[in-house]
Design a protein around this ligand. Structure first.
Ligand code: NAD
Length: 481
């Protein structure tokens, strides 16, 4: 393992230009588990210059070369899966089994899916039979600045780095400063897989520093960002002067609409989904909308699910949930639980403070509020903790109204055995994704949001398109192609 203070620039591990250290905290123990450097302008400039030079050659690489490279990345990634799970579990608190299966598994899944998407993608396409001398050419957008969060760290990194390589781009990645260890390990994987020098670069840093330097940099052609809506707005403003496209994957406040004819496991499944990853998922179904006739029993089942959800150290195997990522996140979640109580929601499970017997680590109690109205703070703000809000509804019309009454639009969920009703709901819900009856999206489906959940679409062909320019050519000679 290279020194965690170093950056990966132009195929080399290099020391930062200026020493500015930050400790990484293990959220289960509150102890320092590593130290990284926060980069400065000279580090960012060096990484961007390396990426600019590499773009000249990598953008001209063939599809076969890119595919061969991605296959090598997948192979090395799989070989380092155990190390990656440990890094993620240590830095952000995902229980080790969840880290292995879901967190690390998501990375392999995305690499595989992008290989498939690239195989089927034609970079040069005819416009149509009506215009035989026209061609639509797709080419890499250039040097991409990538800024990622801590909650699904490698999921996010692979959703950006892999399609950018497939598109012929070069890049500078700034992982979350809270969870940078998985990003450092990912850079090692890229190195071992033989990614050409300068195509992939990593500079650690915080949002105000390296983040802003990347978004405003004249040598960066596009930004791909995943994180909070707050930062997404700041990034869009910072990128505006250089007119670079900004792809945003932001927060969410998903509704899970449970109709009276839902399958019997729907409520339990929805509560577990909300608590998964300790509630730290942008697409978590945090507002459970329940049809009035099954409301009381749904509240009981959700409360029982919370009570039976164990919390525990991230390093321990098992199906428990881990701590929140940081003291700041713990304080924020506590504040919102208090606010829910103060605004009159009915606390039916969990509540403020740490779970019983725990006095160390950023652990919280899985919490359920009933009788929530959609204008309460806990129904409007992204909590990012294991806190479920249950809201009753009268009929389909009412459910659509409440579900859509939010600034966000990432994933909504529907539970019903009536296919026609599900299809109507899917059309009417204003979100980038609608998942129904516990069925997750298929491989290659686009992930992304509407409204304040962002504008990007990651995964499959849509994920490639975020990193491609589209060029219209006329006077093309098909015989000479
Ligand atoms: P955050 O916005 O605080 O930080 C995300 C990243 O942005 C970090 O690398 C941070 O250093 C950087 N950053 C912060 N301010 C910046 C600025 N002004 N300029 C440039 N970079 C800046 O988010 P977080 O707390 O790390 O992650 C949680 C958030 O991410 C939640 O809101 C969650 O919903 C969202 N998220 C969205 C998706 C999605 O695909 N829609 C996926 C995962 C997480």
């Amino acid at each position: 393992m290279p020194d965690s203070r170093n950056f990966y620039i132009n195929g080399q591990w290099v020391a930062p230009a200026t020493a500015n250290d930050l400790d990484v905290i293990n959220p289960s123990t509150e102890e320092v588990c590593a130290t990284i450097s926060l980069g400065g302008q000279a580090d960012v400039d060096a990484a961007v210059a390396a990426a600019r030079a590499a773009f000249e050659t990598w953008s001209k690489s063939s599809k076969a070369e890119r595919l061969a490279l991605l296959h090598r990345v997948l192979e090395v990634y799989k070989a380092r899966a155990g190390d990656m799970a440990e890094a993620i579990s240590t830095e952000m608190g995902a229980p080790i089994d969840l880290a292995k299966t879901s967190q690390v598994g998501a990375g392999a899944f995305h690499i595989q899916n992008f290989i498939r998407a690239l195989e089927g993608f034609e970079f040069e396409q005819p416009l149509g039979d009506h215009a035989p001398n026209d061609r639509i050419i797709h080419e890499g957008v250039g040097v991409v600045g990538m800024i990622t969060p801590w909650n699904w760290p490698i999921n996010q990194v692979t959703l950006k780095v892999i399609p950018a390589i497939a598109a012929g781009c070069s890049m500078v990645l700034k992982p979350s400063e809270i969870a940078p260890l998985s990003g450092l390990l990912f850079a090692e994987i890229m190195d071992e897989a033989g990614v050409p020098a300068g195509v992939f670069n990593l500079v650690n840093g915080d949002g105000a520093g390296v983040g802003t330097m990347l978004t405003s940099h004249p040598g960066v052609d596009a930004i791909s960002f995943t994180g909070s809506t707050r930062a997404g707005i700041a990034i869009s403003k910072s990128a505006a002067d250089t007119l670079k496209p900004v792809h945003l994957e932001l927060g969410g406040k998903g509704a899970n609409v449970i109709f009276a004819d839902a399958d019997e496991k729907a409520v339990k499944r929805g509560a577990q989904h909300c608590f998964n990853n300790t509630g730290q998922s942008c697409n978590a179904p945090t507002r459970m909308l329940v049809e009035r006739s099954i409301y009381d029993s749904a509240v009981e089942i959700a409360a029982a699910t919370a009570e039976s959800t164990a919390t525990g150290m991230a390093a321990e195997p098992g199906r428990h949930i881990g701590p929140l990522v940081s003291q700041a996140q713990w304080d924020k979640v506590q504040g919102l639980i208090e606010k829910g109580m103060a605004e009159g929601a009915r606390l039916v499970a969990g509540g403020p403070g740490r779970p019983e017997g725990v006095n160390r680590g950023y652990f919280v109690r899985p919490t359920v509020f009933a009788d929530v109205s959609n204008d309460m703070t806990i129904a409007r703000e992204e909590i990012f903790g294991p806190v479920l809000s249950i809201i009753p509804f009268e009929d389909e019309e009412d459910a659509v109204r409440i579900a859509n009454d939010t600034e966000y639009g990432l994933t909504n969920y529907v539970q019903s055995q009536d296919g026609a009703k599900r299809n109507r709901m899917a059309r009417r819900l204003r979100s980038g994704m609608v998942e129904m009856n516990g069925q997750s999206r298929g491989a290659g489906a686009p992930f992304g949001g509407m409204k304040k959940s962002g504008n990007g679409r990651e995964g499959g062909v849509w994920g490639l398109m975020d990193f491609l320019e589209v060029k219209a050519v006329s006077g093309w000679s098909p015989e000479d192609a």
